[in-house]
Design a protein around this ligand. Structure first.
Ligand SMILES: O=C(O)C1=C[C@@H](OP(=O)(O)O)[C@@H](O)[C@H](O)C1
Ligand SMILES: C=C(OP(=O)(O)O)C(=O)O
Length: 470
């Protein structure tokens, strides 16, 4: 058995999840959440998914050793680790969350012998396509049924400007083969939608192009790639202009392996935090969560809704601002979420929509069109699921309004479809802890892509969540 598979099989708890995700089909894993007593205790959520992908990819593009602690061992990140091995890096797990990468240097990727299967991960496939697009090699990428529906033209279009060629029969979707540019040229690219994945793919491609690659984003999106590129030794400057945020990268640096301490994931933290705000009399602590300002929109929004959410012990860890989140149950009021905040909380709208159902009044979420091209169409998935649970919603192409029913008002008593989307599954399981009747999600398997310990962690706080196929 190769190293990649061995590492996966070392996680017996998640064996079922991973078997299913690796094969791309198999039995669904229905899960049910029931009305629970107050949640209490300490919720140590796993490492940040965005930073974990980047630590592996930048480690692979560096010379020398990168040591990573706190790596998220979710399936999305494990698939990126497997891909980095296929491109020639040595990636080793030393203990829980402790990994090392011996990189091949910028431009040093080898041509993979196998198809690169990124599973459920948009971040994985888009960043890896960027990282290989300016090397004279060819690779074929695929994913699961969800990823293979998602748009890849948003990445292959700018990569073509460097000289890379994408071939797909599926209208810009996976599976696709990317032929890297033999003589890459640097690029100036204005990202047409708020997307850190597109920005990052262009920056990673720019690494092996001579001269300066410039990426312009109209709205700031998560900035981990810029921060980490600098940390690995690249020259990256950021300037605000009338056009937006202008990021300039000097190509062909020699990146040096680094020590990366991955902070805990704010997107995962949002689930126990919102659950504690739905279940009356809850009081939990979520320590060491990243408070990067490009990621903290959900916490600001919860405070705007009236949440008793206190950031204790703010500090810097591994170059990221972090804090311990103390959350006490609070009766919330619906608000209009500032649309300019959308990019800083894009993955948190599903759980916010669930929480909004238990608030008093309407919660209006606008400027969220990007949610339609995530692991599922998240506006549709939340709208249909909430309706099934007896909650009234209104939606447009780029907005969702949830008409709150108050702390005890959500009927529940439904089975909701998760559409191979971890965040939809977790959001409805959180809502089920506060609804009058249990909520079942048809398939909790994908939760292992980003938050493999969700179930034991929530149970440890007192949440009544069970698997239904025992
Ligand atoms: O760059 C990243 O790590 C991510 C960017 C976001 O996607 P988009 O770039 O599609 O907005 C986010 O939804 C995803 O979970 C992680
Ligand atoms: C959108 C997400 O991930 P990705 O795009 O990497 O699949 C997510 O984790 O919510």
């Amino acid at each position: 058995m190769d190293e990649a598979r061995r590492v996966r099989y070392q996680h017996p708890k998640y064996f079922l999840f991973e078997r299913r995700l690796m094969s791309g089909h198999g039995p669904a894993l229905p899960m049910t959440a029931r009305k629970s007593g107050p949640l209490s205790g300490v919720a140590e959520v796993p490492g940040d998914k965005s930073i974990s992908h980047r630590a592996l990819i930048l480690g692979a593009l560096s010379v020398g050793e990168t040591r990573i602690t706190g790596l998220l061992e979710g399936q999305d990140v494990l698939d990126t680790a497997t891909a980095m091995r296929a491109f020639g890096a040595e990636v080793t797990q030393h203990g829980p969350g402790e990994w090392s990468v011996h990189g091949v240097g910028v431009g040093g990727f080898a041509e993979p012998e196998q198809v690169i299967d990124c599973g459920n991960s948009g971040t994985g496939v888009r960043l890896i396509m960027g990282a290989m697009a300016t090397t004279d090699i060819t690779a074929t990428f695929t994913g699961d049924a969800s990823l293979n529906k998602r748009p890849m033209g948003r990445v292959t279009d700018p990569l073509a400007l460097f000289g890379a060629q994408a071939h797909t029969r599926r209208g810009g979707r996976l599976p696709l083969t990317l032929i890297g540019a033999a003589d890459p040229v640097p690029v100036r690219y204005r990202v047409p939608m708020p997307s850190a994945q597109v920005k990052s793919a262009v920056l990673l491609a720019g690494l092996n192009a001579p001269g300066q690659t410039v990426v312009i984003e109209q709205e700031p999106t998560r900035d981990h790639t810029e921060r980490m590129l600098r940390g690995f030794g690249a020259t990256v400057s950021v300037a605000e202009s009338d056009e937006g945020r202008v990021i300039t990268l000097t190509g062909q640096p020699e990146l040096q392996g680094q020590n990366v301490a991955v902070p805990r994931d704010p997107s995962s933290a949002a689930f126990p935090v919102c659950a504690a705000l739905m279940v009356q009399n809850s009081n939990i602590l979520v320590p060491g969560v990243s408070q990067n300002p490009t990621r903290n929109g959900i916490f600001l929004t919860l405070q705007d809704m009236g949440a008793d959410l206190v950031l204790e012990n703010p500090r810097e860890e591994g170059g990221e601002p972090v804090a311990d989140l103390r959350v006490r149950y609070s009766a919330l009021k619906g608000i209009e979420v500032p649309p300019e905040r959308a990019a800083s909380m894009i993955d948190e709208y599903p759980v916010l929509a669930a929480l909004a159902a238990t608030a008093e009044g309407d919660t209006v979420m606008r400027g969220i069109k990007e949610l339609r091209v995530k692991e599922s169409d998240r506006i549709d998935a939340m709208a249909r699921g909430l309706e099934a649970c007896g909650v009234r919603i209104s939606e447009t192409e780029d907005s969702l309004t949830v008409h709150g029913m108050g702390p005890d008002g959500v009927p529940g008593g439904a089975t909701v479809q998760s559409h191979l989307d971890h965040r939809i599954a977790m959001s409805f399981l959180c809502l089920g802890l506060a609804a009058r009747a249990p909520i079942t999600v048809d398939d909790g398997g994908p939760i292992a892509t980003s938050f493999p310990v969700f179930e034991p962690l929530m149970q440890g706080l007192g949440a009544l969540i069970t698997r239904d196929n025992r």
